[in-house]
Design a protein around this ligand. Structure first.
Ligand code: FES
Ligand SMILES: [Fe+2]
Length: 442
């Protein structure tokens, strides 16, 4: 009953909103960013019907550990049960709907709802109901799985990265991810021990703009020479000052952003089916005795050629649409949690490559502080650009925004499309093609 109601509501809304006409091959309508009804439909049709990143298994190493977040609008909790398995449950008491786990993370032998004391195991099953006699003679069945915390119908643990879906009726994870997985795999393959782990908690920032404005910017090489020019010039001057005294972590990457508008043209942009993309650039330097040891460990794992392939793929930004943007060679990931049509929460996670030197982790954390933390000197300028885009689009008079840059020059590579240059808007056009497909699917 409730499922069919939800479906008919979604279809009616899609037709009423006329979303099919909001995206054209080379331009998109402002309502894609500003219409609260379009946002609500995105939560159903994209965040409710895709593989959404939940968290990493290293966040919950012990039975009883849990981590809470959201899949679209649905609060969820990722748990490690006593059977050692990971579960992703609706963070909702089946009695009257209260959040069972209000904390962001923690450890609990069992979960107890604070409202009337129903208790649940880490796999969601109902353990006990106080004053049980009150249910005698009613249709309530404590053994009915529907009276436990509901498990999300699809969960996939890909090499430690846990994705889930609110819908059972979606493609398998591998079919959905396709070539879009190569950036994520590249970060894991960089670990000599073959796996990564989360370091500490994440940074969280809130952008006062629509979530897709951030995603667009991830493949927008052209903006760097304008938005980041002042910061990058300061980074260059600082590098000059410290010449011969080591390289202040991360500033070399920051300084690269100060080039001419066509400097990003050399960057490889490749757009994949289902809205994913990767951008290759900004390889961290691997020099010195530590780096040599690391390379030897990587060769031991992948073989000489295999190690070279892993290290040559220097993915700077990798989008797995719609929730994650990896920075594989910088060991970072940003997770997009849209809050409303004009508010977007970003989680910024740093990873340790198991078996790699500690200096790699220091570089990753320094990079996170410099470019992604709430007090960063790089993305702060981006946030201002996102805010201005969203503010400018509120005006209803001019309806369309342009995605024309280097259109009709895309280069097919298998099922993917490579941009004519790093300044191409190919990844944005590709993403809105996927957005359109999700939003108009019946
Ligand atoms: S709402 Fe959870 S026990 Fe009543
Ligand atoms: Fe930027």
């Amino acid at each position: 009953m409730s499922a069919s109601l939800a479906t008919s509501e979604r279809n009616d809304t899609a037709a009423e909103l006329d979303v099919g006409r909001l995206v054209e091959p080379e331009r998109i309508h402002r309502r894609v960013f500003t219409d609260p009804d379009v946002f609500e439909l995105e939560m159903d049709s994209i965040f409710g019907r895709s593989w959404i990143y939940v968290g990493h298994e290293s966040q919950i190493p012990q039975p009883g550990d849990y981590f809470t977040t959201q899949v679209g609008r649905q609060p969820v909790v990722m748990t490690r049960h006593t059977d050692g398995q990971i579960y992703v449950l609706e963070n909702r008491c089946p009695h009257k709907g209260a959040l069972v786990c209000p904390e962001r993370s923690g450890h609990a032998k069992r979960f107890m709802c604070m409202y009337h004391g129903w208790r649940f195991d880490g796999d969601g099953s109902l353990v006990s109901v106080p004053v049980h006699s009150g249910y005698d003679g009613t249709s309530f069945d404590p053994k009915d799985p529907g009276n436990g915390m509901k498990r999300l119908p699809r969960v996939k643990n890909h090499r430690g990265f846990v994705f889930a879906s609110l819908s059972a009726d979606i493609p398998d994870f591998d079919a959905w991810a396709g070539e879009g997985l190569r950036g994520l795999d590249n970060m894991i393959d960089r670990a000599p021990d073959g796996s990564v782990e989360v370091v500490g908690d994440c940074y969280r920032t809130v952008q006062n703009s629509n979530w897709k404005i951030f995603v667009d910017n991830m493949s927008d090489g052209m903006h760097t020479s304008f938005v980041h020019h002042q910061m990058a010039r300061a980074a260059q001057r600082t590098l000059e000052k410290f010449k011969g005294q080591g390289r202040p972590g991360g500033l070399d990457v920051a300084a690269m952003l100060a080039g001419e508008p066509d400097q990003m043209a050399k960057v490889d942009l490749v757009a994949h089916p289902n809205g994913h993309f990767d951008m290759a650039a900004f390889a961290p330097e691997l020099k010195g005795p530590e780096a040599d040891q690391y390379k030897a460990a990587l060769i031991a794992r992948h073989g000489k050629e295999g190690a070279e392939v892993v290290l040559q793929r220097n993915y700077h930004n990798v989008l797995m649409f719609p929730t994650i943007v990896m920075q594989a060679s910088l060991q970072q990931m940003r997770v997009i949690r849209p809050l409303s049509v004009d508010k977007t929460l970003l989680e910024i996670w740093a990873f340790r490559l198991k078996g790699a030197p500690e200096s790699f982790l220091r570089r990753a954390v320094t990079g996170a502080n410099l470019a992604n933390s709430p007090s960063n000197v790089v993305a702060a300028d981006d946030f201002e650009a996102y805010f201005r885009v969203h503010a400018g689009l509120k005006g209803p008079q001019s309806e369309w925004i342009s995605l024309h840059r280097e259109a009709n020059r895309d280069i097919p590579v298998g099922t993917s499309l490579k941009g004519h240059s790093g300044n191409s808007e190919v990844c944005m056009r590709n993403m809105y093609k996927a957005w359109h497909a999700y939003m108009t699917a019946q």
